[in-house]
Ligand binder design. Structure first.
Ligand code: B3K
Ligand code: ZN
Length: 873
């Protein structure tokens, strides 16, 4: 497989002004007739993409063309040797959606036909200029059996629908907005829907519908509500109004990703849309809210203004993730949302950026674009937009976004156009800032300080570095906005006055770090302040400052920045666990620093109103995060140390955990709200600690929560606490009963599978293999693959990294098997193995050997080949 490069980009020689598609859906095959109105500057060769298609016929301006003399066709292209500058090309192809297990293009999921075209799935439907800078107006006609497929949907407006002979019917959809083919969508199935309305700010009445399989009709209300809130929010915050009379969402069970923003016909993984209190947890609700918003926001950031080429993916994804994070933040607790986002970024994106697949948010090359729907493109991309927001301020940022949408409406553009609009609207120079777009790697800031008692000057020395990544060894310095607070001896924010520039005079000051080394002098201190660095995580960087444990405790108690208060606790706990892990390796006796226990005790007894925040404060850094902080990592030593800290806290503070549990346990009926979610998360955390304590048997507490609660969040919390505890007999009884009860609800079954696959008590590889053999598992369904294989290899790190290497070999077998069915999902599963360089000693070497075995497999997909071969370099 060959890489393609951004530097080779060329504008298309032809475009497609209008695309008329007819789908004749039959059980054994679907015929696709396309009529393309083509326009170019001059006559020439027309090279269309196509994959896994059976070509039936080609016509040019009404005349049949012959293979060989007029056109040639191979596995990837249909080339018509010569066409005039303006012409009509008609192509007929035949496809077999029912055999399509890759879930790209047109495929069948649980009896319904649906599509997924981003990034390059449209070429599996018909021959086309499958690139986002070719934008076309679509007319789509669908013909299918009426009894089996009563609902026929595509983008835009329904302009005709009628009965045909032979029990068939027809629907004709017209989309007035030109769009790239990756936004095309079609659905045919036996579906029910709920309907609502939204009146836009200029008074247009929009019909909103959510289509689902009949048994799911009672799980659509929350997504509908989230959709209406998103529409309103985008008007208020960004001035963006919806632009058609109808907006449809369809839920499907088999889906590679979360959801897809097809113009006016969003298609969703059912896990990202279906919810009621019995079948969805609080986590699922908040995910649904965020994803509904995300896909809706794409209507402007992605659809109206789209990407010129796939190297620009972060143009739409980074900006849209930033927008959905603002939305979620407005809907709940901003600090907690920030903590969740930063946790994901620091745990998983930083690892990606330090690994063999590291790439800039605007990559320079790729082999398979599906591999680049990454945390870097999405989450780091959003952080980069967030930094622009912080540098410009809310008002100028809004002017920049208005300018961007107005300037580029209907165009396919690059990240440069986005930055330029921000620059033009604000007058702020972002020249150096652009380095974030083409340099990979996580910058590191090393900060030291000095206080001069005689002058009252406080100096900060800041050094920035960035390790080499595959695309470049040497990095130009980044423009890093660093938000800083300085706490006085009482813990209050001191006025920050920069000695050279009196105008800085605020409690949080954003410093622009632009040089490899920089010094800042602040004046007017009577004692050395405590620095609160990188407030609200103002830049996606690693920060090093030699904090003492005393200083961290001081920040934890006093910092006015909620994020940094939490982060001080995390840094303290990380320091403690990693020190203990050294002692584990040295065979020394273990003891937990009393100050951590005292802090937890104080937090538990504090009458905090923000329960969600308290839960975050009482959560130890995850094993995955700790492994990232200690490279090369000894997984088992870190696991042992972390477990020891948890158990010590559980033993010493079980009474405090119990009373906190009781205070937050009530009989109020379930209601998804920020407050309710916070309470339930805190209660669940306490329950987990209690079941780890050997100072008492709290299993009955979990069993009774499982049996008596009216919602899945509490039931799941109780079950997972039991599953991870020493009470395995009770756990098994409850988990079996739970499965019996919910075996016909796929989303609940997935949760059950992931609880078992992620359990600390699982019987290693044999245990997870039993799940694979369970009737509830289906390797063709990506959600099930994620719930079992993804969770075991990606989250159950203790068992995955078993010393024999059996976990790695097991994963490799699954990847090889899955690669034949669904290369995109198979390639995702390689992720855990790519981190081999971060695992100490023999373990890392075994991971590498496993990768080599995968690489030597015959007929690997491009997807898996790219990840494996890059990881072995
Ligand atoms: N744009 C889609 C991603 C589809 C990728 C398929 N390989 C989802 C989203 O980011 O909204
Ligand atoms: Zn997106």
């Amino acid at each position: 497989p060959k890489a393609i490069y951004l530097k080779d980009y060329e504008a298309p020689k032809f475009t497609v002004l209008h695309t008329a598609l007819t789908f004749l859906i039959e059980e054994e095959a679907t015929e696709v007739h396309s009529l393309l109105s083509i326009q170019g500057e001059a006559a020439g060769e027309l090279k269309l993409n196509g994959q896994a298609l059976e070509l039936v016929s080609v016509e040019l301006d009404g005349g049949a063309l012959s293979e060989g003399s007029d056109f040639s066709v191979d596995d990837d292209f249909l080339v018509i040797h010569q066409i005039p500058a303006h012409c009509k090309v008609a192509i007929k192809t035949r496809i077999k959606p029912q055999e399509n297990t890759a879930l790209e293009g047109l495929y069948k999921s649980a009896g319904m036909y649906c599509t997924q075209c981003e990034a390059e799935g449209f070429r599996r439907i018909t021959y086309f200029l499958d690139r986002p800078d070719v934008m076309s107006i679509y007319d789509v006609t669908i013909i299918a059996d009426k009894s089996k497929y009563p609902v026929l949907l595509s983008n835009g407006n329904l302009v005709e629908s009628k009965e045909l002979e032979g029990g068939k019917h027809l629907a004709h959809w017209h989309d007035p907005h030109k769009k790239p083919c990756y936004l095309f969508a079609l659905v045919a199935g036996d579906l029910r829907h709920i309907e609502d309305r939204f009146t836009t700010m200029s008074g247009t009445d929009v019909t909103l519908r959510i289509y689902v399989e009949p048994q799911n009709i009672d799980k659509c209300d929350f997504a509908m509500d989230a959709l209406k809130r998103s529409m309103k929010w985008d008007e208020e915050r960004y001035g963006r109004e919806y632009d058609l009379d109808i907006f449809n969402i369809v839920a499907v069970d088999d889906f590679n990703m979360g959801a897809m923003e097809n113009k006016s016909l969003n298609i969703f993984n059912s896990s990202c849309v279906l919810a009621n209190s019995a079948t969805a947890t609080d986590n699922a609700y908040s995910r649904i809210e965020a994803i509904v918003a995300h896909e809706y926001f794409h209507n402007w950031s992605g659809n109206r203004v789209t990407c010129r080429d796939w190297f620009q993916l972060s143009l739409k994804e980074g900006f849209t993730v930033f927008r959905d994070s603002q939305f979620s933040s407005d809907m709940s607790s901003p600090v907690v949302k920030r903590i969740d986002d930063v946790n994901l970024l620091r745990t998983a994106q930083f690892a990606e950026d330090a690994g063999p697949m590291a790439h800039p948010i605007r990559p320079a090359s790729f082999i398979e674009i599906s591999n680049f729907y990454t945390l870097t493109i999405y989450e780091k991309g959003a952080e980069v937009v967030r930094m622009i927001h912080n540098l410009l301020g809310e008002d100028k940022f809004r002017e920049g976004s208005d300018l961007y949408f107005q300037r580029h409406d209907g165009q396919a553009v690059t990240t440069e156009e986005f930055v330029k609009a921000m620059e033009d609207a604000s007058g702020i120079d972002l020249t150096q800032f652009r380095n974030w777009y083409h340099q990979a790697g996580t910058p590191e800031l090393s900060v030291t300080d000095q206080f001069d008692e005689t002058t009252g000057d406080y100096k900060l020395f800041i050094k920035q570095t960035c390790r080499p990544t595959p695309e470049s060894d040497k990095k130009e310095p980044f423009h890093i906005p660093m938000a800083l607070g300085l706490l006085d001896e009482e813990g209050n924010d001191a006025q920050i006055t920069l000695k050279s520039d009196g105008k800085f005079n605020q409690k949080t000051q954003v410093l622009s770090i632009t040089e490899p080394e920089q010094e800042f002098i602040f004046s007017g201190f009577s004692a050395k302040p405590t620095p609160s660095l990188l407030r609200d995580f103002s830049a996606p960087v690693k920060l090093h400052y030699p904090y003492t444990r005393e200083q961290l405790l001081f920040l934890l108690a006093h910092d006015s920045d909620g994020f940094n208060r939490w982060d001080a606790g995390q840094t303290l706990a990380t320091d403690i666990v990693l020190e203990l892990s050294e002692q584990v390796q040295a065979g020394e006796p273990l003891e937990v620093d009393d100050r951590l226990i005292e802090t937890f005790e104080k937090l538990l007894k504090e009458d905090s109103s923000d329960k969600a925040m308290l839960c975050k404060m009482l959560s130890l850094p995850s094993l995955a995060f700790l492994i990232e902080q200690s490279v090369p990592a000894n997984v088992h030593a870190i696991y042992t140390a972390r477990t020891f800290v948890r158990q010590t806290l559980a033993n010493q503070l079980h009474e405090a955990f119990l009373s906190c549990y009781q205070q937050n346990h009530d009989d109020e009926p379930y209601n998804y709200s920020a407050e309710g979610t916070g309470k339930r998360s805190l209660k669940s955390l306490c329950l987990h600690y209690l079941l780890e304590s050997d100072q008492g048997d709290y299993s009955q507490l979990a069993i009774s929560q499982y049996q008596n609660s009216d919602n899945l969040t509490d039931q799941h919390a109780a079950l997972s606490a039991l599953a991870n505890s020493r009470f395995q007999v009770q756990a098994k009884a409850c988990l079996d009963e739970f499965y019996e009860k919910w075996q016909h609800e796929p989303l609940v079954v997935n949760l059950w599978l992931s609880m078992l696959a992620g359990s600390d008590r699982i019987d290693g590889v044999e245990g997870v293999e039993e799940l694979i053999a369970h009737p509830a598992f289906d390797i063709k369904n990506p959600n099930k693959v994620r719930s079992v294989i993804g969770v075991f290899a990606g989250q159950n790190l203790r068992h995955f990294h078993t010393q024999t290497g059996a976990g790695y070999e097991w994963l490799a077998d699954k990847i090889i098997l899955l690669d034949r069915l669904n290369p995109q999902i198979a390639a995702r599963l390689v992720g855990p193995l790519t981190k081999w360089q971060r695992i100490v000693g023999e373990g890392g070497q075994k991971m590498r050997n496993t990768l080599a075995r995968i690489e030597s497999t015959e007929n690997l997909s491009k997807d898996v080949y790219e990840v494996v071969s890059k990881s072995l370099v």
